[in-house]
Ligand binder design. Sequence first.
Ligand code: C2E
Ligand code: CA
Ligand code: CA
Ligand code: CA
Length: 279
Amino acid sequence: AKEEGRNCIRFYSNSINDRALARFTLEADLRKALDEDGLEVYYQPQVDLRTGKATGMEALVRWNHPQRGFISPSDFIPVAEEAGLIDGLSRWVMHTACAQARAWSQQGAGEVRMAVNLSARQFYAGNLAHVVADVLASTGLPSRLLEVELTEGMVMKDPKVTLDALEALKGMGVSIAVDDFGTGYSSLAYLKKYPLDVLKIDRSFVRDIATDPDDAAIARAIIVMAKSLGMVVIGEGVETEQQLAFLRENGCDQAQGYLMARPASAGDAEKYLRGHLLI
Ligand code: C2E
Ligand code: CA
Ligand code: CA
Ligand code: CA
């Protein structure tokens, strides 16, 4: 038994070393990817439910690792945050996405709002408005075509910093979306306190919207509330015609999900745009 215990301990500590090593390697690889153009931005359309046309695109970062293939942003964004790489990464995503939106509108593919996810760190860095102004100036994208997405957790963390950051963005003409709405443990008071433009209904509510009366009730209530507050509401993670029909019938403004289009490279997203935007 003692023998076994020792083996267990050795096995355990090895696996911790392995994990630390894996983490370290991932960090190094990510640093390299950032330096050497190893990341890509994909785009997923946000579709107007009345017209069926794409009015916006969400920028979603992709990392195609040379050995491991695609690694999910949910896995490498936290690594980037811990390794101090998130500022560079976020700035690169925002710049790339805004340059793309500008190019699409100049090339006649259509004028779309570009939605970019903010990391918590970026939001609290204190220079967000400066970075955003910089990106808009260097890409030439009109500020009304940029939307930033933040989560409820970020909004709730530090009211003073949040208000300053959001008012600065608002003052520049950038719009502000609350991502994954309904999943954070937060009071609703922030909805009237901050200048928010868009609510994105989290896909966990959308998933069973057509079959579960509770989810249907929650989604309906979110839509009614958003509309009464003068906000645009977007249903996320729409995968079926039934989900889409529910959202449309209940007054949701826009939808985003695999049913319309998966996130795609700039080239494929442009094809989608040209097919769904021009009248
Ligand atoms: P998110 O902001 O909630 O983005 C939506 C996620 O849902 C994306 O996953 C998208 O591919 C996925 N999705 C879209 N439609 C459907 C659908 O119909 N069904 C299902 N099951 N999934 C759908 P992705 O691209 O893997 O990104 C995961 C998360 O990583 C994002 O969640 C966001 O929090 C974060 N992320 C992605 N790109 C960035 C970025 O550039 N910066 C930051 N800070 N975070 C990012
Ligand atoms: Ca998002
Ligand atoms: Ca989301
Ligand atoms: Ca239920």
